[in-house]
Design a protein around this ligand. Sequence first.
Ligand code: HEC
Length: 115
Amino acid sequence: MHVPKFFLRVSFRRLLYGICLFSLSAIFPVFATDIHAGQQIASEVCSQCHGMRQPAGLGLFPSLAGRDPRRIRDALRQYRSKKRLSPIMNNLTGSLSNKEINNIAAYYSWVEVGN
Ligand code: HEC
């Protein structure tokens, strides 16, 4: 069967790009996240208790700003799967996708702690 050279070149390139992008996002998961999407969820939902740069209530809610994104992500996944129990957080994370969780974690870890 004769395959046009042009077709071979294009699809090989696409494959290469695909592999590069895939391995990049596997090595640097933070590149695959959308901080602005995370910010939106944080400001609409999470900030009511955790604040944006600092929690609202003194000592009632853990601070998230500036924390390691992996720790935020892992905590959210544990709440979602109910491995970690907290009625509030179990409820809130129930409908979050992995992507949303990564975005929120990226946002809060990027934010500077402050008033
Ligand atoms: C109604 C208040 C409230 C809202 C809204 C809320 N949280 Fe929480 N969050 C809590 C409480 C209370 C805890 C502590 C629960 C526990 O003891 O495990 C907590 C714990 C956490 C933790 C674990 C922190 C740690 O130090 O281990 C993370 C991460 C977290 N929340 C992220 C979020 C995100 C992201 C959102 C938005 C989607 C959110 N929370 C919305 C009240 C809230």
